[in-house]
Design a protein around this ligand. Sequence first.
Ligand code: GLN
Length: 463
Amino acid sequence: MIADIISKLKNKEISALELTKSYLNKIESENPDINAFITVTNDSAIKEASNVDDLISKSENLDELFSKMPLLGIPLAHKDIFSTKDVKTTAASKILEDYIPVYDATVVSKLKSSGGISLGKLNCDAFAHGATGENSDFGPTKNPYDKSRVAGGSSSGTGAAVASEMVVFATGTDTGGSLRNPASFTNTVAIKPTYGRVSRYGIFAMSSSLDSIGHITTSAEDSALVLSQTAGFDPFDATTSKHPVENYLENIGADIKGKKIGIVKEYLSDEIDSEILEKTKSAINIYEKLGAEIIDISLPNSEYALASYYVITLSEVSSNLARFDGIRFGFDRDKFGDEAKRRIMIGTYALSAGFYDEFYVKAQKVRTLIIQDFKKAFEKVDAILAPVSPVMPPKIGEVVDDPMKNYLMDILTVPVNLAGLPALSLPCGFSSKGLPVGIQLIGDHFSEKNLYNLGYNFERISK
Ligand code: GLN
């Protein structure tokens, strides 16, 4: 927990340097096996940690210092699609193998200003295309709970690094589930904020109308603290919102008696793994015990969400990847992996003259219907509870050559992105094989504070 570490730093029970070194040691011993990091920034992390210790020793008012820099001394890492000044940023693709950005993504600079110490860059599916982490050109990330299985994707390194305590928290992106999926596979907590809540500036765009920038932590409270540092309007990203950033930690532990939680009948079909359904039911019981009112709801257009997502996403991917033409930066286009090539081809087809109305425009219309379904639901409920993944973490190699199987893993996560809603994914116990299972709480636009309140109360009973 970040709060515990901060209190130890404040009371001088540990130094930032000791703390950083202990995490770097963990990376040294665990990472060769797990493959969560693409780049480890040992030297700069040690330098930054010493600077933090200087700042602490010179400070006359530590409360003031830590309230200005709430993440002071906290070891973190970034998914390798966040631009980091002077630090190699590959998007897990060979096409960017040598690329060194000249500026930081807004989230990277915000977390620096909050005092966080970056230990490096994390593995993921190349350009964030995938749900298992196996589309990385730098090898798959292994699941710390069972190393023969994937850690989820696309933010595979983010989930695995947090779960195996190589960092305290890590950033990632969620275009169709890429934070919630690895969190549910690695027993960690992920926030996919409302679209436009966190700046996308400086992060390689996958699908610009869906990309959401969030993070993985080990608790709802840590997640709330980090979001309070990353959220907000950014003049460099015209899609960020001026909606005020709330104090997500205020009343996080408040009673949730009487809150209404919706259960979507279309999300609990027999296509979902039976143990995942069972765990979802046990989560519903916990909320009943906490005094929430459980209400059955329907999102009738859910069955069209995946098709609509893959038409819209692949169209936007084909346009966004056009910048890697081998002229301005990066290597030649033949360095693209199979999945990027597949997405460019399908996306270009969907956008081409004659097919545009039939595919792209139709998918956008379906998207509107999905948004309307959610809006209607939120007239009746404060949040929706659902499973995250329909399947347990696959074995490495099990689904990688079957794109349809891969895409079907996103069936419960993509509706949230299509509607631009926030969702919090929480650990919900383990399967009979000892594999982590996650649930997600979905809220109306800008209701992150409510999700954290619900998540915090859930953790109190489920942990
Ligand atoms: N698995 C989804 C896809 O491959 C989502 C990826 C993401 O959220 N970045 O498109």
